[in-house]
Design a protein around this ligand. Structure first.
Ligand code: HEM
Length: 432
């Protein structure tokens, strides 16, 4: 089985590739070009995500490809201790406990602790767009990637002035680990990653040295640790911040872009949201299933494991194809149909499953719901430009739009019935 995530159909129509892989009876394949085992069925992906005794997270955040020695030399200087997504027991449960205590992750806590931040940042960006009435804008650069980054900076207590370099470092990390940069680029990205790590250490050091605790994540984590390294070390606090600054924005940016794409590609959907915001949460849930922002995720087998007819050897790197699992007909009826009314949507695996289930799922849902609701209310006539060429950044894990170009039109579109609807209405009137 071949899969090239960096070119061809996977960059323009990944669902066609997932369909081809799902249609193959084995459900598990070795992709020689990638050096990865591809796991596609819902049942197997779910197991790969949840079964920590068989699948380790140790290399989940390590580059997919062997990087050049010079870049590796730089990466080796990043002494961030593994926490949460990069950790296995016993470190994982301990650092996850710390995160659950200090980062809001249930719907009620997310609303209470982050609702005001999200609404303020959404309103700020929406007003900026409204001011550009009549213009053509890229919704990815001007909204989808901007909002989650601003929100996560507020939550962590990081100044807005640092937004540009954090975005550059985080984009670089995603390209270095899950992309295919050439050696010169690898060195540049690795240097950026090292600077990023030092920046996170500095954020923590400032609070440790001053003893000042504000109401931000880093301060909370330091209070939680209470000078006890057995609870959480200071480098682990920096490592959590390092991970959250990337996990907290690149993913939700993808979700927002996919949701806007789905909503605006069929103008009736956008008008329906503007008219009735109650439909937005179900729309967000179906977007998560249909177009996950992370559609492939890495694990390594600790021992031989047999899935169906195929045995994967111990020590093998596996790519769990979340995007394919979310389209598995064994679980979802008409899986290739975007249907916000579906009853099986809760079975999607877009936030993972089991012990590593996404800690930011509640925040991502809240951000997407408020963002779509307020944008549709303020700009009901928003529409994609007709010459849209949809394509995604070359990456094994993150499915991110390059651009999404739209026209800002704050007027609600005039509702013009189709010829068939007009004829049906006339017939009804004639029959009365
Ligand atoms: C649409 C948005 C998001 C998607 C699709 C997403 C996806 C995921 C997935 C698939 C995992 C499982 C990783 C694994 O099993 O190894 C995960 C874990 C995680 N996510 Fe998210 N995420 C999103 C938003 C966020 C946000 C907003 C934050 C925080 C601000 C966040 C923080 C984390 C953390 C810390 C973990 C690791 C949890 C652990 O290992 O115990 N994510 N996410």
């Amino acid at each position: 089985m071949r899969l090239n995530p960096f070119t061809g159909a996977y960059l323009t129509d990944p669902a066609s590739v997932w369909r081809r892989i799902l249609d193959d009876p084995a459900g598990v394949h070795y992709a020689e070009d990638l050096g990865l085992w591809l796991i596609s069925r819902h049942e197997y992906v779910r197991r790969g995500l949840a079964d920590a005794a068989t699948f380790t997270n140790a290399l989940t955040l390590a580059p997919v490809y062997e990087i050049c020695p010079e870049a590796m030399g730089v990466v080796m200087q990043i002494d961030a201790p593994p926490t949460t997504a990069a950790a296995d027991p016993p470190v994982h449960p301990r650092t996850r406990r710390a995160l659950r205590a200090t980062f809001a992750n249930t719907p009620d806590r997310v609303e209470a602790e982050y609702g005001e931040i999200v609404r303020r940042r959404v309103d700020q960006l929406v007003s900026r767009l409204v001011a550009r009435q009549g213009d053509q804008v890229d919704l990815v650069a001007n909204f989808a990637t901007e909002l989650p980054l601003l929100v996560v900076l507020d939550i962590l207590g990081v100044p807005d002035a640092d937004i540009a370099r954090i975005r550059r470092w985080a984009d670089g990390q995603i390209a270095l680990i899950w992309g295919q940069p050439d050696p010169a680029e690898q060195v540049r990205l690795a240097q950026g990653l090292l600077e990023f790590w030092r920046y996170c250490q500095e954020l923590v050091r400032q609070r440790v040295d001053s003893g000042h605790r504000a109401d931000d994540f880093i301060s909370r984590a330091l209070t939680y640790r209470d000078d006890d390294d057995a609870v959480l070390t200071v480098p682990e606090v920096a490592s959590l911040a390092f991970n959250l600054l990337v996990a907290g924005h690149e993913t939700t940016a993808g979700l927002l872009a996919h949701a806007l794409d789905q909503a605006l590609s069929t103008p009736q959907r956008w008008s329906a949201m503007a008219a009735d915001p109650r439909i937005v949460p179900a729309f967000v849930a179906e977007t998560l299933r249909f177009a996950p922002a992370i559609d492939g995720w890495l694990r390594v087998t600790r021992r031989d494991v047999t899935l169906g007819e195929v045995t994967i050897p111990a020590g093998a790197r596996c790519l769990l194809l979340i995007g394919a699992a979310n389209r598995d007909p064994a679980v979802f009826t008409h899986p290739d149909r975007f249907d916000p009314h579906r009853s099986d949507v809760g079975d999607h695996l877009s936030f993972g499953h089991g012990p590593h289930f996404c800690i930011g799922a509640g925040l991502a849902r809240l951000e997407a719901t408020i963002a779509l609701t307020r944008l549709a209310a303020a700009i009901p006539g928003l529409r994609l430009t007709p010459e849209q060429h949809r394509s995604y950044k070359p990456n094994v894990a993150f499915r991110a739009h390059h651009t999404l170009s739209a026209i800002i039109d704050i007027m609600a579109p005039v509702s013009v019935p189709s010829a068939r609807e007009a004829a049906a209405a006339e017939a009804r009137i004639a029959g009365q």
